[in-house]
Design a protein around this ligand. Structure first.
Ligand code: MLT
Ligand code: MN
Ligand code: ZN
Length: 304
């Protein structure tokens, strides 16, 4: 399986257009050892030709230009993306569907019924796309039922319900339902290897830990170092936990949880621009390095 990390930043990307935080300002000045990151999305392929897009970010246009296998090559209007899977209905994970409205046929979109509800009510992108070529919705079960996708040769997908938060515009914002947020296991039947991908993880639960322990590669929520990171920077008084993200540094946080896993390669993704780990020379980054936890970057390729 080929895995390409198209966008490794959280919502807003790095630098964020209106952000003057310690990281964003230093990146603009060229005084930080780091690199810019677009918004959260990966793509996977079992055959190297047909690609499943996980999450459609507002930066999808630049992301496609950065990765030739997704570009038109077979006919006048064309793409290497065969289907789209959504982890949730957040703006950074779905707005790319609007950017990709010119597709020459309905998009095959795989998501839970909870996400479908958001996409037809609070953020009605599916309704809007019905005025273009439309969406072929494939319902993803929250019962951890493995499924296949046409053209995605050798790949088997399983959605894993996660505790996180529904988006601010969701009808279930204050009453989260199963399927508001899912991670995905992607198994390659030809190599026997599997990826576990969860860009938004609010609470560590036993069933999630089990998927992670058995994965060859874990790509997991790297949004913030501390739960109060936004207020520390004077940006907002919202805690990361209120946005459905488990921080890295606290007791029981992502770092401690990952360091206990023996089998998988451990990689953080969906990194917010305020997170000190974006600075490759920071103490926080050194702590991760010492534990063998990687920080992803745009354009990173993984083959398993
Ligand atoms: C999140 O993951 O919490 C979202 O990316 C926030 C956003 O995009 O507004
Ligand atoms: Mn996000
Ligand atoms: Zn910033």
């Amino acid at each position: 399986m080929h895995i390409r990390l198209l966008g490794t930043g959280a919502g807003g990307g790095f630098p964020q257009w209106n952000c003057n935080c310690h990281n964003c300002s230093r990146l603009r000045k060229g005084s930080i050892k780091s690199s810019a990151r677009t918004q959260s999305s990966i793509t996977v392929s079992g055959n190297g030709e047909d690609w499943v897009l996980f999450n459609a970010s507002p930066d999808i246009r630049a992301q496609i230009e950065s990765f030739p296998p997704l570009q038109p090559a077979r006919k006048i209007r064309d793409t290497g993306i065969c289907s789209i899977i959504l982890c949730d209905a957040q703006i950074d994970h779905t707005t790319g569907l609007i950017i990709m409205r010119e597709h020459d046929k309905p998009w095959d979109v795989y998501c839970t019924s909870a996400v479908h509800e958001d996409m037809t009510t609070g953020y009605p992108i599916f309704n809007m796309l019905s005025h273009f070529r439309g969406v072929n919705w494939h319902e993803v079960s929250t019962e951890q039922t493995p499924f296949e996708i046409p053209k995605a040769d050798n790949l088997i997908f399983t959605a894993v319900p996660l505790k996180s938060e529904a988006p601010p515009f969701s009808p279930h914002r204050h009453n989260t339902v199963a399927g508001d947020n899912v991670g995905y296991k992607v198994e390659d039947t030809s190599t026997g290897k599997n990826l576990f991908y969860a860009p938004g993880l609010g609470t560590m639960e036993d069933h999630v830990l089990e998927f992670m322990s058995n994965a060859d590669v874990v790509l997991v929520d790297g949004t913030v170092w501390t739960n109060d990171e936004m207020s520390r920077h004077g940006i907002s008084d919202k805690l990361a936990s209120e946005m459905g993200h488990l921080d890295q540094s606290s007791k029981g946080g992502i770092m401690e949880m990952l360091s206990g896993l023996e089998k998988p390669r451990k990689i953080l993704i969906h990194i917010n621009n305020t997170n000190p780990i974006l600075d490759e020379e920071s103490d926080e980054r050194k702590q991760l390095d010492a534990l063998g936890i990687e920080v992803s970057y745009d354009g990173m390729d993984i083959n398993i």
